[in-house]
Design a protein around this ligand. Structure first.
Ligand SMILES: *Cc1c(COP(=O)(O)O)cnc(C)c1O
Length: 392
């Protein structure tokens, strides 16, 4: 399969068929596996082959199909599928660090990622340095000869800051540090993390892979050596493996991810253009829109920045709330990457926990709206946004 394009891999990659030759991927709802003999059981525990399974916490045929398919899309050798994006992020970080290690991370992170770094890893004696992810010199200054691991979101949530991945990878690899990229925003369709040298690429598959707001899931993509070495060992013994129903849902969802994400990203691009300069907005952010401060970098890395944009409503929280409450079909929620368009007010929901000064540093203002473009008619999405802005 390897010679085919990403879009073809998304439909066929990893397919395994049982003796029945089912066309659609089977969902193997089984915890354990039966052996024909005691000798066969013993042999499997000595070494399980690619299509031999022991227990669903370790692996399952449906999980394996999903792992192979998302790895193929990413262009990675292998993947481990996890219960959620956070199981994937925390697993990747916990599996690869120990007390006394130094980790450098961008500051603009999803709240739970920040918690894992600053509360969990720090509690186990890992030293964390946070930097402005958009500042190449800050990465150079923070990465030290003893740095073990570097972490960032390729495009940050919710402020859509872009990391210069090739540069950070070069700095990290120069001292032998591993690079782990959280790739939720850029999606497997537009991903460049593995091709630019990140050692592990982590997904919340809850987002664009599922794409329809149903199942939590996550995946860690990387080399066979890392995935079937420390990552699998950590995940299988700590219980973070995805369940086969979620793996199956995500496996089937990958068949349509290319169409969905391209359509939603096209809407995001068009909306950024239509909304920029709007009298009720003080800014519109979308990395592959000309107005974005990192436009050149974003365009060098990928043709599109994905399905999410952000804009700042003039008039702070009151105006942002009036805008949200006036929306007709666009949904108020903290999720993103759904078929349904979603408007989020990060300052009072996803990032409420952050101290004000941190919100200020990150640019999470009271007027900021994160907007996840769905699959509705783009003209209707714009019309709903415009009528809600008119109410402010
Ligand atoms: C949503 C998200 C996560 C966590 O994923 P879950 O599936 O909700 O656990 C991690 N990182 C980023 C950037 C996310 O957007």
């Amino acid at each position: 399969m390897a010679k085919w394009s990403k879009r073809t891999q998304a439909v066929h990659g990893g397919t395994r068929r049982s003796q029945y030759g089912e066309l659609s991927e089977a969902m193997f709802m089984t915890q354990a596996f039966a052996y024909p003999s005691a000798e066969a059981a013993e042999a499997r525990f000595v070494e399980a082959g690619d299509d031999e399974f022991i227990y669903a916490r370790y692996g399952n045929p449906t999980n394996r199909m999903f792992e192979d398919r998302i790895a193929a899309m990413e262009g990675s050798e292998d993947a481990f599928a996890c219960t959620s994006g956070m199981a994937a992020v925390s697993g990747a970080l916990m599996a690869l660090t120990k007390a006394g290690d130094h980790v450098v991370s961008s500051r603009a992170l999803f709240g739970s990622c920040l918690y894992v770094l600053e509360d969990v890893l720090a509690r186990f004696g890992v030293e964390i340095t946070l930097v402005d992810g958009t500042d190449n010199a800050a990465w150079e200054a923070a990465i030290r000869p003893d740095t073990r691991l570097v972490f960032f979101e390729t495009i940050s949530n919710p402020t859509l800051e872009v990391v210069d991945v090739a540069h950070v990878v070069e700095c990290a690899h120069a001292v032998g540090a591993l690079v782990v990229a959280d790739n939720a925003m850029i999606t497997p369709v537009y991903s460049y993390a593995a091709s630019l040298g990140c050692d592990l690429v982590v997904y919340s598959t809850t987002k664009h892979v599922d794409g329809q707001g149903r199942m939590l899931g996550g995946a860690i993509c990387g080399t066979k050596e890392l995935i079937r070495g420390p990552i699998e060992a950590y995940m299988k013994h700590t219980g973070g493996a995805i369940n086969p129903f979620a793996a199956w849902t995500h496996l089937k969802a990958l068949e349509t991810i290319d169409l969905r994400v391209r359509a939603q990203a096209e809407t995001a691009t068009w909306l950024a253009e239509q909304l920029s300069g709007h009298e009720k907005l003080s800014s519109v952010r979308y990395p592959t829109h000309k107005g974005h401060p990192q436009y050149d970098l974003a365009m060098r890395q990928a043709p599109s920045a994905g399905t999410v944009l952000a804009f700042e409503v003039k008039g702070g929280k009151d105006a942002a709330f009036r805008f949200q409450n006036a929306l007709e079909f666009i949904i108020i929620s903290n999720n993103f990457a759904d078929a349904k368009s979603i408007a989020t007010h990060p300052a009072t929901t996803t990032h409420q926990r952050l101290p004000q000064e941190q919100k200020d540093t990150l640019g999470i203002s009271d007027g900021l709206i994160r907007f996840s473009c769905g699959l509705e008619d783009p003209a209707d999405i714009l019309a709903d946004i415009e009528q809600a802005l008119a109410v402010i």
